[in-house]
Design a protein around this ligand. Structure first.
Ligand code: NAD
Length: 381
């Protein structure tokens, strides 16, 4: 099988496969085609790919010569016609938000795998790109907040007086939130955490955070460990409690998301206005609407002296390790698709293959995406 890797378009700096990844795929009897300079922004040079056994060629040659294309972001629409019929694609296609791309894949009968859809099961952990990227986002968000905050994170007792530790509030204790908690604690901050899933309370406490519980949260065991949308009464109660804790915080890292839905609105403008000047809010849910009313996606705004950063692409700011993790997750997934002699082995009885497959032979295979798109169409009718 010929596996091709394209250079991502700016501002993306990650690459879908590292030279180490090329070595692994070579042991699986695959030929690897890499677009020239595909890894340069992530600090992987062309010669490193060649040393690992890949062939460096032009973008057009990669698109037209591959049986399977690996990427991070969706291929630009104008290039969809350049790929060979029958070629498969794997990447992070953001299918809940990118209906147009899903339809394009469906109508061109391309077999596609969207790595955000990898089931969150123990067996699939080594392929879980969402977790890998959320780990980076949580880590970088705290570092960004610490560098912008006009205060120390840890407590200091010096001849010039005592400095109190920074108070960090984390909204959402998923992968990004727990990583942010761990990093903020390592930097010496006092950390409080909100989540609607009671299951995370112990994890929060074991990392040194204080879990703020709001009674009455709706939980659904059928949601695969994910949060579900909450009632109006709960949202009101939670909003009041978050306000009380937010106004005493110096940093808020907002990570709360509900898959396939707009991010819950947890911080109102009046809360931001009541925070201390110089405080920093990092909203990692910015691309799905944000947890803060003041958030603007991909922008930094200052509201009453509080810096609000709407940023969902932190992994691209740490391109080497982000690519390393992405590439490893991808290879672990490809081991399910490729037989030992380098041939395609599409086994839809495997729950990971079926769950990750977005489109195949003109059909939307993933049930959650199919249902979400049918629902949207029904609402429009
Ligand atoms: P996510 O990005 O979907 O959401 C982030 C967090 O926001 C979640 O903890 C969620 O409960 C929380 N949240 C949602 N609405 C909220 C609200 N109104 N108020 C406060 N918090 C709110 O989460 P994620 O990091 O992708 O993790 C989702 C689930 O998947 C978790 O249960 C996690 O443990 C699980 N998981 C399992 C595996 C695995 O077994 N392979 C791997 C990773 C994650």
């Amino acid at each position: 099988m010929k596996i091709g890797v394209i250079k991502e378009l700016q501002p993306e700096r990650r690459v879908a496969l590292t030279p180490e990844g090329v070595r692994s795929l070579k042991t699986m009897q695959c030929d690897i085609l890499i677009e020239k300079d595909a890894g340069v922004s992530a600090f992987y040079a062309n010669y490193q790919y060649e040393d690992a056994g890949a062939t460096i060629i032009s973008r057009r040659e990669v698109l037209s010569g591959s049986d399977l294309l690996l990427m991070i972001n969706p291929l630009p629409e104008k290039e969809m016609g350049d790929i060979t019929p029958g070629c498969m694609v794997a990447g992070c296609f953001n299918p809940f938000q990118n209906e147009a791309f899903v339809k394009k894949l469906q109508h061109t009968a391309i077999t596609s795998f969207s790595m955000e859809l990898v089931p969150r099961t123990t067996r699939a952990q080594a392929m879980d790109i969402l977790s890998s990227m959320a780990t980076i986002a949580g880590y970088k968000a705290v570092l960004e907040a610490a560098s912008l905050l006009p205060r120390f994170f840890p407590m200091f007792m010096s001849a010039a007086g005592t400095i109190k530790p920074t108070k960090v509030l984390i909204l959402g204790a998923g992968v990004a939130g727990l990583q942010a908690l761990a990093v903020a604690r390592k930097l010496g901050a006092v950390v409080e955490v909100f989540d609607v899933r009671s299951a995370v309370k112990e994890e929060v406490m074991s990392l040194g955070g204080k879990f703020i519980e709001v009674e009455g949260a709706k939980e659904d065991s059928a949601a695969g460990g994910y949060a579900v949308e909450q009632s109006d009464a709960f949202r009101k109660k939670q909003g009041e409690l978050i306000h009380q804790h937010a106004v005493k915080s110096d940093v808020i890292i907002a990570t709360a998301q509900v898959p396939g839905k707009k991010a819950p609105l947890l911080i109102r403008t009046e809360t931001v206005e009541a925070m201390n000047r110089g405080s920093v809010i990092i909203d990692l849910a910015a691309s799905t609407g944000g947890n803060c009313e003041c958030t603007e996606n991909d922008k930094t705004v200052v509201v009453h002296g509080v810096t609000v950063i709407g940023k969902s692409d932190f992994p691209s700011d740490m391109p080497s390790d982000a690519s390393h993790m992405y590439s490893n997750n991808m290879i672990n997934f490809l081991k399910l698709l490729i037989s030992k002699d380098g041939k395609l082995n599409l086994d839809f009885t495997d729950d990971i293959v079926k769950g990750t497959c977005l489109t195949h032979k003109g059909e939307i295979v993933n049930e959650r995406i199919r249902n979400a798109m049918t629902r949207d169409e029904d609402t429009r009718d």
